[in-house]
Structures are given as structure tokens and as C-alpha cells.
Design a protein around this ligand. Structure first.
Ligand SMILES: C[S@@+](CC[C@H](N)C(=O)[O-])C[C@H]1O[C@@H](n2cnc3c(N)ncnc32)[C@H](O)[C@@H]1O
Length: 209
């Protein structure tokens, strides 16, 4: 279990990357948050890139971001957001709240936690019955790209990119925790022939029954 996330290199890199996101990714972020209502827990908020996309029907966002340099950026983004956002520097594993949430948001984060099965089970428990998990995650591909992902994960990729793992079967992790997926699709963010390990995304809604 992660107690501390302290990654100055990745914090600099992600701050630069998240300030120059392509419109295609911004569209996916907007889609992932559309129609949310009530109290929301956002896991690993990074620089707070999602905050501007929360609809006015959200009453509060509690965002956890344990990398303190990124949390600083997230707090700035929170102060300009249209809905109330509080940022905690807990890891998701440390985070606990007495009140259940109406929704949990994960974007580009289940690749980076040490044990996604445990984390998704914890998120299930943090939701009220009927509450929803919104996810936007890059996932394990098939064929030659799967081989490329396995090599990336066994070598430099997680070290350079804040513990990011490219070959994770995140949709299986979500259903394995007891969620019922009510909407889901895959989206390529690069043409399929471009040889990068992170290209295929899963976006969806999963409910706690
Ligand atoms: C690739 S970034 C994505 C940031 C943000 N979710 C987004 O969509 O832009 C992954 C984030 O997960 C955070 N993270 C890593 N391990 C975590 C943990 N155990 N608990 C909470 N956040 C974590 C990192 O600090 C980083 O901000």
C-alpha cells in the first residue's frame, strides 16, 4: 500500500503534459464527468485538469492528490472551479470519509496505484448504494501492442511516469469489485498503427448495486 507519493520528476513532467492536452482528451474528460450530481470523490487529481469540467449539479468534489507539487497546482485549479473543490494530500489508500459519496471519478490513475483491485474495492465501499464510478483509463491492448506494454511495464515506463502501468485490465478490476457497468466503450487516442504503449482508453460508468 502507498503511504507517500513523492515524485519530483513526474510532477514536473505531468504539470507540463497536463497543461498541453489535446482537444480529443479534453472531450473525453468532459464526457466522463457529464451529468454527475451530488458529492464526488476524485482519485489522484494531478494538477486538477478535470475540475473545470464538473457540471453545476455537483455539490462538492473531494479530490485526493498525494504528490504535494501536483496538489499545489490542483489547489490553484480548485480556486477557479465553478463547483466547490477541496484537495487532500492523502493517498487514496489512506483516505476515509464518514459520509458516502454519490460518485467517484478515476481518470488516468488506476494505472498508477500499487494494487488496483484493493483500491477499486475501497472505492466501491466509499459509494452509497446506487452511486457511480466514472472512469477514463488507458488499458491493456491485445496483440503486438500488448507485448510492447509488457516490456514497457517491466522496464522504464513506471519509473519515469509515476508508477504508470500500461498493461492493466482495468475493466475486469472494476467488475471484479462488484460494480455493474452501465455504459462503456473504448477509444483510441492515437491511430492504431502508432507504436506507443498508451493509446487505447476505456471510458465508462459503473454502478454500485
Ligand atoms: C497520470 S496522473 C493523472 C492525474 C489526473 N487524474 C488526471 O486525469 O489528469 C496520476 C495521478 O495519480 C496520483 N497517484 C498515484 N498514486 C496514488 C495513490 N496511491 N493515491 C492517490 N493518487 C495517486 C499521482 O500523484 C498522479 O497525480
Amino acid at each position: 500500500m502507498s503511504d507517500v507519493v513523492d515524485n519530483p520528476f513526474f510532477a514536473r513532467l505531468w504539470t507540463a503534459m497536463s497543461s498541453r492536452e489535446p482537444e480529443s482528451l479534453r472531450r473525453l474528460r468532459r464526457e466522463n464527468l457529464a451529468g454527475l450530481t451530488g458529492r464526488v470523490l476524485e482519485v489522484g487529481a494531478g494538477t486538477g485538469t478535470n475540475f473545470e469540467f464538473y457540471p453545476a449539479t455537483v455539490s462538492e468534489v473531494v479530490a485526493v492528490e498525494p504528490e504535494r507539487r501536483l496538489a499545489e497546482h490542483a489547489r490553484k485549479a480548485a480556486s477557479g472551479a465553478a463547483v466547490p473543490v477541496v484537495v487532500s494530500t492523502d493517498t487514496v489508500e489512506q483516505f476515509a470519509d464518514a459520509e458516502p459519496f454519490d460518485a467517484v471519478v478515476c481518470s488516468l490513475v488506476l494505472c498508477s496505484v500499487d494494487n488496483p483491485d484493493d483500491v477499486v474495492r475501497q472505492l466501491y465501499s466509499a459509494l452509497r448504494p446506487g452511486g457511480e464510478l466514472r472512469y477514463l483509463e488507458h488499458v491493456a491492448s491485445a496483440g503486438a501492442r500488448a507485448r510492447l506494454q509488457r516490456v514497457a511495464d517491466a522496464t522504464v515506463w513506471p519509473r519515469l511516469l509515476g508508477n504508470c502501468h500500461t498493461h492493466r485490465h482495468t475493466e475486469d478490476t472494476i467488475t471484479g469489485a462488484g460494480f455493474r457497468v452501465t455504459a462503456a466503450r473504448r477509444q483510441w487516442t492515437f491511430p492504431a498503427w502508432v507504436p506507443v504503449p498508451v493509446a487505447e482508453f476505456a471510458i465508462g460508468v459503473a454502478r454500485r448495486p
